[in-house]
Design a protein around this ligand. Sequence first.
Ligand SMILES: [Zn+2]
Ligand SMILES: [Zn+2]
Length: 288
Amino acid sequence: MNTDISDASRRALVRIWNALKGALFPLTCLKCGQFYLQRPGRNTPFKKGVSFNETIQTPPSAPLFSRLMTSYVCPVCAQQFTPVESPCCTCCGIMFKSREGEDHLCGECLNTKRYFGMARAVGVYDQALMAVIHGFKYGEKVGLAAPLSILLLSAYRHFWHDRPMDVVVPVPLFGRRLRTRGFNQVYLAIRHWEHRKWKGALPTFPVVAREALRRKRSTPPQTGLGRRDRMQNVRDAFEPGVSHAIVKKRILLVDDVYTTGATVSECAKILLKEGAEAVDILTLARAM
Ligand SMILES: [Zn+2]
Ligand SMILES: [Zn+2]
């Protein structure tokens, strides 16, 4: 009886504290910059009674994004998330303007040599997802690694459920940039995949090979460059790292944003040369 009372009062106290904390320390939305209050009970990325395994069974969507980003994006902005959906290019994943019809190769993939089989992303590179990626890369919001990792895993499960990959390779950063930022954000976002707790979520879980690629030289940021300049910019920028993990393996190469595919294509070329069987691409966002 006494335990019941103390449990009830403890729960009440926790509720009061959470409400007070929310009012005293409102969160700032990464997208609109406004303060907002975290809805009580919303400080966990998982819905009550819904396990992690069930969470990643859902493909990326605005409700999933909203739930995972509750500490970073206000409820209004969190709705501005567009998942990558069919009809899109079977190779590079660009979404077609006409929202009806089947997936097929886009004009650019028909005319360009691609070193990867399929590229897919969690969502379209705009609005809330763009703000979150910027916060993660430049705003030192390292806590975003876990929710982004879940989104990547949900996209991986959704797009690759019928043909699992063996190894996950992050696109490496150059040493100097790594030192200024202090971390390779791409590796950070997939590092959670190595977590033992997560491994039950898929029938076969790919192995993370952090050192399969190395950046040879620093490259100026790709932002603002056209397709041809981007390709030039990354040519010979990477070299093979510890390659024994990739021989005869199907590789999932992970990067933050797919714009023209210049960076991932260059990396895929090296991985194939080093003996990889096939390379596919998964990114957090796809520029459309
Ligand atoms: Zn907002
Ligand atoms: Zn394409």
